[in-house]
Ligand binder design. Structure first.
Ligand code: RIB
Length: 302
């Protein structure tokens, strides 16, 4: 069984369902509202856990009821929660998610305890990183912690997956160089490379630029269309499974967690791992909410 460590955020998601996004200055009624567990880090860790990896999660939560509720889910699914610290000075992070009728979303984040994840937290958790096969991180926790974690991983031959989300152009060069696989969506790929990603030629170009910047391999996720890869030796596109999306929240997180459970060290099975990840993510978009929508391994039949 693969050992995966995820470093990242834990959020309580407040989901607001609307017919369409409101216009500036407009007051409008919601169709529905709900709360669910979320956070890019937590979603990816839960996906890796449910889809077959022995998973440890490095994160911070508040000393509050929201944290208790999420830790219970993590433990029930078998995730190692030993490196989730309860901050005394900030509450559990929050996300406010507007979901339109067509399943598209817009997300606003309040960092809370996620903003307190530090290089010292990584030092305290270094043994679990050293012992892992794969380390995954995204950008909802401070950059200094991510850089520190990737350094530990690289010094110990642990493969690294960087999901540069939420999008930012401000990524330390050394972090891209320490990423064995970088997994942006089209928007993130464009922000990092300056190349607008609209078709296969621009995917080739953007991925080429990311390889030039030092990434070991590139996967660009392209929503309901599928996902593109460039390993430096081969490129390809793996089509998505066609389903009716009700909420795309955590689709990308499910993809990354699922992918990490299947990918070989030498990337020799990249198309197979991406097909499995596409399938898991196509299941996630058919249910509303982040963590509640992430499937278990026996539900993902190709
Ligand atoms: O990627 C989806 C996640 O982004 C949501 O669960 C929300 O918490 C935000 O972090």
């Amino acid at each position: 069984m693969k050992k995966v460590v995820v470093l990242g955020s834990t959020n309580v998601d407040t989901i607001l369902k609307v017919d369409r996004f409101p216009l500036p200055g407009e007051t409008m009624k919601m169709e529905d509202k709900a709360q669910a567990g979320g956070g890019k880090g937590a979603n990816q860790a839960l996906a890796a856990t449910r889809l077959g990896a022995q998973t440890s999660f490095i994160s911070r939560v508040g000393d509050d009821g929201a944290a208790d509720f999420m830790l219970e889910t993590f433990k029930k699914d078998g995730m190692n929660t030993d490196h989730i610290i309860a901050s005394q000075t900030a509450g559990t992070g929050q996300a406010f998610i507007i979901v339109e009728n067509n399943g598209q979303n817009s997300i606003m984040i309040y960092g809370g305890a996620n903003s307190e994840v530090s290089a010292a937290d990584i030092e305290a958790a270094q043994d679990v990183i050293k012992d892992a096969d794969i380390l995954i991180a995204q950008f909802e926790v401070p950059m200094e912690a991510i850089v520190a974690a990737f350094k530990v991983a690289k010094e110990n031959n642990v493969k690294t997956i960087l999901n540069p989300a939420p999008a930012t152009a401000d990524i330390p060069t050394e972090l891209i160089k320490m990423s064995d696989i970088i997994v942006p969506n089209e928007t993130e790929a464009q922000l990092i490379t300056g190349i607008e990603v609209t078709n296969r030629a621009s995917m080739d170009q953007a991925a080429g630029k990311l390889l030039e910047m030092g990434a070991g391999a590139v996967i660009i996720t392209v929503g309901s269309t599928g996902s593109y890869y460039d390993t430096g030796e081969a490129t390809g596109f793996v089509n998505a499974f066609k389903v009716k999306a009700v909420d795309t929240t955590a689709a990308g997180d499910t993809f990354i967690g699922a992918f990490s459970t299947k990918i070989n060290d030498d990337l020799s099975n990249i198309e197979e791992a991406m097909t499995f990840a596409n399938k898991a993510s196509s299941i996630a978009v058919q249910t509303s909410g982040a963590q509640v929508s992430i499937p278990y391994e026996n539900n993902v039949q190709i």
